[in-house]
Design a protein around this ligand. Structure first.
Ligand code: GTP
Ligand code: MG
Length: 341
């Protein structure tokens, strides 16, 4: 059923708990303590500032960084980078795992229902915690509707909080109310458990995501709707494409890592566009963002609009499920099975 089992992996939980690790982790580490960079002696305020500005303010970001990335920041020497990464990784408990660890982690994964049995079946029971699923499709196909439904379902079935990074201004509280009422759950309870970050540009989007992930206590779902809109408009033209792809890759990898650590569902929506940008990638039927998006997300679903409430969902990338296609419906109540009356 939907009851959420204990999800946090010991020692790498972002929750403000003591890290139960090891002989070597000298002190209690809690996220409510001093920020990571302030715990490192030998790092002055200027260096700290530079690291923060470059997006490496947190223990997690540094633990996942490479030396080359840190030394690109002016004033960060190789030695400092190595020290920071080593310390962050000790605290963060990044390490090698056994196959059995994966088996254990898999047991903690939970499926978040879409509201449609057919849709759930297509994707192995629902949107999975621990990784990022991309929902792609044309304008008006229903990506944002699906996101609203997942938010309501997260509160109802997982009893966890939602982060919604809204880059297009399309979060609608009244759709949440309608969908919550349809499921007999108090709409205000649901609304109070959704933290919406309205992102006005790509920098803001990345900063909001990071902030929300540290602020919200009990995250079951993080939605980025949509992933690419700011990146597309800000980085127009071939000249800036490489830079843009690098940023998107970093941003998505960050979300993926957080989804894994927190064992929450990651969802990014993405448009399919015939032009002008898709021309760069040679295939007008692909979601925007190029290979970097397709490679980084674990699961990819395409939505297509049919007549009236009818929609189709196609699974085109999954690490363990065959591709497939089903019909479902988007109604006033939300995502449901499609029934031809
Ligand atoms: P973009 O963000 O523009 O790429 O589109 P999207 O894929 O996010 O589309 P969105 O989820 O906003 O879907 C909009 C469509 O959902 C509308 O055109 C309607 O078909 C449907 N929809 C939205 N609200 C309702 C509703 O209250 N009842 C019904 N039946 N359908 C709705
Ligand atoms: Mg939308």
């Amino acid at each position: 059923m939907m009851a959420k089992v204990e999800t946090k992996e010991e020692g790498i939980s972002p929750e403000p708990v003591e890290i139960k690790k090891t002989k070597k982790s000298k002190k209690k580490t809690t996220t409510s303590e001093k920020p990571f960079l302030e715990t490192i002696t030998g790092i002055g305020p200027t260096t700290r500032q530079r690291l923060e500005t470059a997006g490496y303010g947190s223990r997690e970001a540094i633990a996942l960084a490479t030396r080359a990335q840190l030394t690109e920041i002016s004033g960060i020497a190789e030695k400092t980078a190595a020290l920071l990464i080593r310390e962050a990784r000790v605290q963060f408990d990044l390490g090698l795992k056994k196959g059995t660890d994966y088996e254990e982690a898999a047991k903690t994964r939970v499926k978040l229902t879409t509201g449609s049995k057919a849709f759930d079946k297509l994707i192995g029971g629902g949107f999975e915690t621990g990784s990022v699923t991309e929902v792609a499709g044309e304008n008006g196909c229903g990506k944002t509707q699906i996101a609203h439904q997942l938010a309501v379902n997260c509160v109802k079935y997982l009893d966890q909080d939602v982060i919604w990074i809204d880059s297009e201004g399309t979060f609608r509280f009244n759709r949440i109310v309608q969908m919550a009422e349809a499921l007999d759950i108090d709409p205000d309870t649901v609304l109070s458990r959704i933290t919406v970050g309205r992102a006005y540009n790509s920098e803001h989007q990345m900063a909001l995501t990071e902030e929300a992930l540290t602020m919200v206590p009990n995250i079951g779902l993080i939605i980025v709707d949509s992933l690419m809109s700011h990146f597309r408009s800000e980085f127009a033209g071939r000249g800036t494409l490489a830079e843009r792809q690098q940023l998107i890759g970093k941003y998505l990898a960050f979300i993926a890592k957080q989804a894994e650590i927190m064992n929450c569902v990651g969802v990014v929506t993405n448009q399919v566009s015939a032009k002008p940008e898709a021309m760069f990638f040679g295939d007008p039927n692909k979601p925007v963002g190029g290979n970097i998006v397709g490679h980084t997300v674990t699961t990819r679903i395409f939505i297509r609009k049919g007549k009236a409430v009818k929609r189709t969902a196609s699974l085109t990338k999954s690490p363990e499920l065959p591709d497939g296609k089903i019909e479902f419906a988007i109604t006033t109540e939300g995502v449901r099975d499609f029934t031809s009356k």
